[in-house]
Design a protein around this ligand. Structure first.
Ligand code: ZN
Ligand code: ZN
Length: 259
């Protein structure tokens, strides 16, 4: 069976996604889109947000989805070269079944493209080396607002990433068993990117794939209408000729829904 999964979705509770992203609405729309295994992964940027994840958990406990659904979390660095707001105790206490994570800003004050790529790469490797992280999220996604605010030229091509970095990331991901995310909203269908971006990103992913790592599909939906964009990731799996054995999914029994 084609692995039509989505392991990166947000809810209204953390306020990054909007009010359309209730847990029941996400499940209903994913069912319509054809998702056969789902992960809910809202942000945990600081530990004081944990009570909001308990609300997501409660909604999941009350749900009766058609597809298996896993309870996950998305992590961010607490500053440049910092840690994630996460540890084994938090994972256990909340019952998070998997964690996805990565870098979410440039950590630069002055525009310097070479340094910008180096910082991303360093954090990508650090993410893979963290044993509590299952999936490295959206490599070379940037917040458009950060670039606009700083009046920097937009990061509009992954061609500037040295191939040696890409191969090293693919190797480290394979060795550590970390899946690399193919993210719809952040990378494949991002409206801020020029028309050639997608093909260049496909070339980038193809180099990673040659190094033998696993890949995880994610819509990164923050609005119910974004969930259907996961199909762009499934199309990318086909384009890269990634078989089901290269597509990651969480281990063990789902939180709710079929097996
Ligand atoms: Zn993210
Ligand atoms: Zn996200």
């Amino acid at each position: 069976m084609k692995p039509t999964y989505d392991f990166h979705t947000h809810t209204h509770y953390l306020k990054c996604a909007n009010q359309t992203m209730t847990v029941p609405a996400i499940m209903e729309e994913c069912q319509r889109v054809g998702v056969t295994c789902l992960g809910i992964t809202d942000h945990l940027n600081t530990l004081d947000k944990l009570p909001l994840h308990e609300l997501i958990r409660r909604d999941l406990e009350q749900a009766q989805p058609a597809m298996p659904v896993y309870f996950g979390v998305e992590l961010n660095f607490l500053g440049c070269d910092g840690e994630f707001a996460f540890n084994a105790e938090v994972k256990e206490r909340l019952g998070f079944q998997f964690a996805i994570g990565g870098i979410h800003c440039t950590y630069l004050k002055e525009y310097d493209l070479r340094k910008l790529v180096e910082i991303q790469h360093r954090h990508h490797l650090k993410t893979c080396q963290d044993p509590l992280i299952d999936v490295l999220v959206h490599p070379y996604w940037f917040g458009k607002y950060e670039f606009d605010q700083k009046k920097w030229p937009w990061f509009d091509s992954v061609r500037v990433v040295p191939e040696s970095f890409t191969r090293e990331l693919g190797q480290v991901a394979r060795e550590t068993g970390t899946a690399i995310e193919i993210n719809a909203q952040a990378n494949l269908v991002c409206g801020a990117n020029p028309s050639g971006y997608l093909d260049e990103y496909a070339d980038y992913l193809a180099i990673l794939a040659e190094e033998g790592c696993m890949f995880s599909p994610g819509s990164d939906a923050h609005d119910k209408s974004h969930l259907a964009a996961i199909r762009s990731v499934w199309d990318m799996f086909e384009r890269l000729k990634l078989g089901p054995e290269r597509i990651w999914r969480p281990q063990g029994k789902p939180f709710v829904g079929g097996g």
